[in-house]
Write a protein that binds this ligand. Sequence first.
Ligand code: ATP
Length: 237
Amino acid sequence: MKELIMVDNLEKTFTLHHSQGKQITGCKDISFSINHGEFMGITGKSGAGKSTILKSLYRTYKPTSGRMVYNSTQFGPIDLVSASDREILSIRKNEIGYVSQFLNVMPRVTAIDVVLEAIIEMGSDGVKAREQAKDMLAHFKLPETLWDSFPRTFSGGEKLRLNLAQAMVKRPKLLLLDEPTASLDQKSKEAVKDMMIELKQGGTSMIGIFHDLEFMETVVDVEYHLADGQFKKVEKV
Ligand SMILES: Nc1ncnc2c1ncn2[C@@H]1O[C@H](COP(=O)(O)OP(=O)(O)OP(=O)(O)O)[C@@H](O)[C@H]1O
């Protein structure tokens, strides 16, 4: 398999049990592929289904139908739609990262420990690892007063910064970014951009949702737009 991921006719339908089984389409007819090291941006209006695509790839949502064949280091080509929970957990731990403004961490673990655990999982040790965790939190400008606090009460921007620091440490093969610049000021956006460039140079592929189109165009290789149920590649002029 030469691509990193091939998505074929992905569909996710939600059944609302509290509304007599009413069905809502999250996304449908989604097909695309990305190559190793490629960065894809997704745009589309609110409610079009952008987050549903990312959450299906991360298997937060179990797709209703379709295929998402991912070229895993551990398992070889694997369909993320039918992969077992155990396989998905292992892929999340070692290969696919997810960054958003929402919490992606265990409760009652301090911010610095979130990053530290990621560093230890990557094979570094004690004092050096702690210094590296501090550097990473400082790099993404998480205020030092928050380093020993529990992230549950952090603002959206603070949670995002912590998730970015954790993702950066893990250097995943594929990073899913759900509005990675939301709630960030210009200076912090520059830090995010630097991180993306650095990850890309290290071979990480990324799929990101952006509302800041100007920012997006400076980082992505390919852009897809989701509108009126159609998912189409935007040809660059
Ligand atoms: N867990 C869920 N249960 C029921 N419906 C959902 C769920 N998640 C998403 N939806 C619905 O699926 C559709 C697509 O939502 P999604 O969050 O993917 O849109 P989006 O393009 O990311 O929007 P935004 O830009 O506002 O974040 C919406 O109609 C939404 O209400």
